[in-house]
Design a protein around this ligand. Structure first.
Ligand SMILES: C[S@@+](CC[C@H](N)C(=O)[O-])C[C@H]1O[C@@H](n2cnc3c(N)ncnc32)[C@H](O)[C@@H]1O
Ligand code: SF4
Ligand code: SF4
Length: 328
């Protein structure tokens, strides 16, 4: 079996090894020349699923829904080319494979010089799309599960079916064959599944990916009252929230704002990937290039508050699971 390495590993390694205070001062002293190491891009904030833990699926998200237009996609490609951005991840608050040009846009970004990654619920990938993804030399893909078996997955991911996703992952794995890339990852997050279920999950997926990650579903930060769903579903989430037992480490300084930019479908740029509703917007790629956005005054104000751990000053951070010390 070929041992594959995550092509994004050098980028993550670089980011994880720096102290944010130092990064902050370096950006300030850089005189406007600092650049993000990578970009997170939202091709759409629409989705064909109604996952109960996600602001997209629960309609907690208030901002306008849409698909990335050509001018925004072109601006991203030009920025990648001009500033030699190392990687672009197609992941944010929607299902990227719903965008009718998602493969074409990823191909343009790849040709502009960046590594490309996509996060997907997998549901829309047919064999033809899989072959095209292989043809454009996709570098990395992550299939998102939730829960650890058919029952728990289907409960969390309304619209999805565990067995079908397994089939899609296995088909993609087999089509990849001996190619070195894409690096195939699987992630799942748990609420209260037991060890047997988790072992069963690993048996189901272990032979069909290069890496898997089992984390926790984070629910306590979600505002159930703002969700556009019926009372029965709200009650289910409240119950899950009560059961949530996360031994969550409080981050000394959140790492989000120092190495990357996250771009919404309409070109708005936010400083944090978990900002689903425009709480930390610092520019738009149709108005400014990413270098000037990455160094603009608004980014400095946010970064200063984060470095000083003044999370209470920023709405998004105040309610963020990275900063809320959850009870054990
Ligand atoms: C928002 S989704 C967007 C991409 C795609 N639709 C998908 O489901 O992979 C990106 C990732 O965020 C994860 N996610 C969203 N809300 C979460 C939460 N409350 N707890 C844990 N993971 C979450 C999803 O499981 C998924 O892997
Ligand atoms: S599939 Fe992804 S974007 Fe859609 S509701 Fe689920 S987690 Fe959210
Ligand atoms: S919202 Fe959370 S993850 Fe984002 S910058 Fe603030 S503390 Fe960090």
């Amino acid at each position: 079996m070929i041992q594959r390495i995550n092509p994004f590993a050098p980028i993550y390694h670089k980011i994880n090894n720096g102290k944010n205070e130092e990064k902050y001062h370096k950006i300030i002293q850089g005189g406007g020349n600092a650049l993000p190491e990578y970009l997170d891009v939202e091709l759409t904030n629409l989705c064909n699923y109604r996952c109960c833990f996600c602001p997209t699926g629960t309609n907690a998200m208030q901002r306008m829904r849409g698909m990335m237009p050509d001018d925004v996609a072109n601006a991203i490609v030009e920025n990648v080319r001009k500033y030699h951005i190392a990687g672009v991840r197609f992941i944010r608050w929607g299902e990227p494979t719903m965008h009718p040009k998602y493969i074409e846009i990823m191909e343009h970004v790849k040709k502009a010089g960046a590594l490309i990654h996509i996060n997907t619920n997998g549901s829309l990938l047919d064999k033809e799309q899989m072959r095209r993804l292989l043809d454009i030399h996709l570098d990395s893909i992550k299939f998102s599960f939730q829960g650890a078996d058919k029952g728990t997955y289907n409960e969390m991911r309304e619209g999805g079916d565990y067995d079908r996703l397994l089939e899609i992952v296995r088909t993609f794995y087999e089509l990849r064959g001996d190619r070195e890339y894409p690096y195939i990852q699987i992630s799942t997050t748990l609420t209260s599944e037991g060890a047997d279920q988790i072992e069963g999950f690993k048996r189901d997926i272990g032979d069909y990916c290069d890496y898997y990650n089992v984390g926790y579903t984070k629910l306590n930060h979600l505002d159930v009252e703002s969700m556009g769903i019926d009372e029965e579903k709200k009650e289910k989430i409240r119950r899950l929230q009560e059961n949530e037992k996360i031994n969550h480490k409080y981050r000394e300084v959140c790492t989000e704002a120092f190495d990357k930019l996250s771009i919404n479908w309409n070109g708005d740029v936010t400083l944090c990937c978990s900002d689903y509703d425009n709480f930390m917007i610092v520019g738009n790629v149709l108005d400014n290039d990413i270098k000037s956005i990455f160094n603009c005054n608004a980014t400095k104000i946010y970064r200063k508050a984060i470095v000083n751990r003044q999370y209470g000053l920023i709405k998004c951070c105040r309610e963020c699971y990275e900063t809320i010390p959850l009870t054990e």
